[in-house]
Design a protein. Sequence first.
Length: 396
Amino acid sequence: MPALVTAIAASALLAACGGDDATTAPVTPPAAAPLANQLYTQTNESANAIVHFTRQSNGMLVRAESTPTGGTGTNAVGASGATAPDSLASQHSVILSADAKMLFTVNGGDDSISALSIDQTTGALTLLKKSAATAGHMPNSLAYNNGILYATFLSGAHALAAYKVGVDGSLALMAAYDLNSVAGVAGAAPTQAIVTPDGGSLVVSAGTASGAVLSFPINADGSLGTPVANTGLTAPFAAAFLPQKTNPIYLSTSASQGSLTEFTDAAGLLNSVSTASTTASAPGVAAPCWLVLSPDGTIAFVGNGSGAISTYSISPTSGLSLLNATAVTEPGVKSGVTSVAADSWVSPDGKFLYTAYLGDDKVVAYSIGLNGSLAKLGETVIGTSTGISIQGLAGI
């Protein structure tokens, strides 16, 4: 009898814990974790390809496969015909959709754009579609919002275009924009397009020579309205918004002034409120062009054409202040060519920074410490034919 009582008690306890098969409803398997820990750059060679890395828990990169885009890169030949790093003169030549299911990249050599699907388990890429010739010449920067892809071009009659993205990765041209006729910007050579945090506007850096930043309202169908033209800026190149949807704050680099400037954005009208400069304190630091922020919006990392990364503090009360003009620097490996610290990406947890060094043909991983300090973890050489063609960086 005691054994029988013990068995009954054990059965009752098991049932109370949800372990009685006869009375327990089927358990729904947990949802798959979202894809994470992936990084991508483009070779920008004649036969363009996307190089895929996986990110380790310690921040190190492991190179995975390379996937052809089906398009032609510039192979380091710029719009002027000169061969040099940063032939696309831009930020965001490689981007991901908001759900991280598609990657988009420009093919500057044949004026096309490619869409690739991202495997949600491995991060591997599959080419979906390569567009026919696009609206302008040499696409160089991309932005994506609610199924619409926006592209800027270094030359041609139209420096900006909007495309509807199909489920198969196809691009249907919605509208193309001549920045001279719509905004009075002659000879525009845009360097970046970016969508505001609320998704309501597309902001275009119209080129360092133009001195203009254009804010286009996004219509309900994704087409663009009449822009607000902000002119008289000094060599604007790249920009980022602080991660907030109200009272938007816009940060922009100045390629020639050696500075980072903070603006308020009121319905597209930019008003400068704070500027910090590197030029007076750091000989050898030059052409601060590329910009990425920490996830909490307190640190800005600015890549310089000279090969250094400068760091800035962002305060809601005191604005911008320079932390370190040369937080890190990489020497050039080719004679007469600087390393060019270009597109960077910060991991969502804010622990790691990754930077594409265009003149050195490599991607470098850093750990981020207190006050935005950087410590090099390792580097991966891409191995392009010219050693100076890579462009863009995007991650999950």
